[in-house]
Design a binder for this molecule. Structure first.
Ligand code: FES
Ligand code: FES
Length: 159
C-alpha cells in the first residue's frame, strides 16, 4: 500500500504522507491550514464539508486521503482564482445569502461544481444540486437566488 499521496489542491501540487486514513477535511485543515471548509456532522449527512474533487461535489469529512492520489481538489480558498468561483462569491455577498454562514462552505462548492458543469441551470437543477445540504438558519431562498444570480452574471459576461 502506498504511503504517499500526491494531488492538486487549488492548483498547487500537494503530497500527503503518514496517516492516509485521515479524512480529507481534517488533512486540509490540520496539515495545510485550509480551514474554510467546515466540519458539521462528520457523517456525510449535512454537506458543510463538500469540496470539488475532479469536478464533482463530494463530502470530505469521511473521505480518506488515500483515495485522492492524482485528484484535483478545489476548496473555498480556491474560488477567488476561478471566474465561476468569483461570480459565486460576489453573488452570495450581493444576495446576503446565509445567516450564520456555517453551511455555506459546502453549499458554495456544490454550486461551483454545478455551474462548472451547467452554466444555465434551471431552478430545479439548482435545488437538486443543493438538496443534500442542511441549512439550519432556513436561508434557502437567498442561497438559491445567489446561485441563479451568479449563473446569470456569467452568461451575460460571456455574450
Ligand atoms: S461534515 Fe461532512 S457531511 Fe457533515
Ligand atoms: S446560514 Fe446558518 S446554517 Fe445555513
Amino acid at each position: 500500500m502506498t504511503n504517499r499521496v500526491q494531488c492538486q489542491v487549488n492548483g498547487a501540487e500537494v503530497s500527503f504522507e503518514g496517516r492516509l486514513d485521515e479524512p480529507l477535511l481534517l488533512a486540509l485543515r490540520n496539515r495545510l491550514g485550509l480551514k474554510a471548509s467546515h466540519f458539521g456532522c462528520g457523517l456525510e449527512q449535512c454537506g458543510a464539508c463538500v469540496l470539488s474533487i475532479d469536478g464533482q461535489a463530494r463530502y470530505s469529512c469521511a473521505l480518506p486521503v488515500s483515495f485522492l492520489d492524482g485528484a484535483s481538489i478545489v476548496t473555498p480558498e480556491g474560488l477567488a482564482d476561478d471566474p465561476v468561483g468569483r461570480a459565486l462569491l460576489e453573488a452570495f455577498d450581493a444576495e446576503h445569502a446565509g445567516q450564520c454562514g456555517y453551511c455555506l462552505s459546502g453549499i458554495v462548492m456544490s454550486a461551483f461544481a454545478l455551474l462548472k458543469a451547467n452554466g444555465s441551470p434551471t431552478r430545479e437543477a439548482v435545488i437538486e444540486a443543493l438538496d443534500r445540504h442542511l441549512c439550519r438558519c432556513g436561508a434557502h431562498g437567498g442561497i438559491l437566488r445567489a446561485v441563479e444570480r451568479a449563473a446569470k452574471g456569467l452568461a451575460e459576461a460571456s455574450r
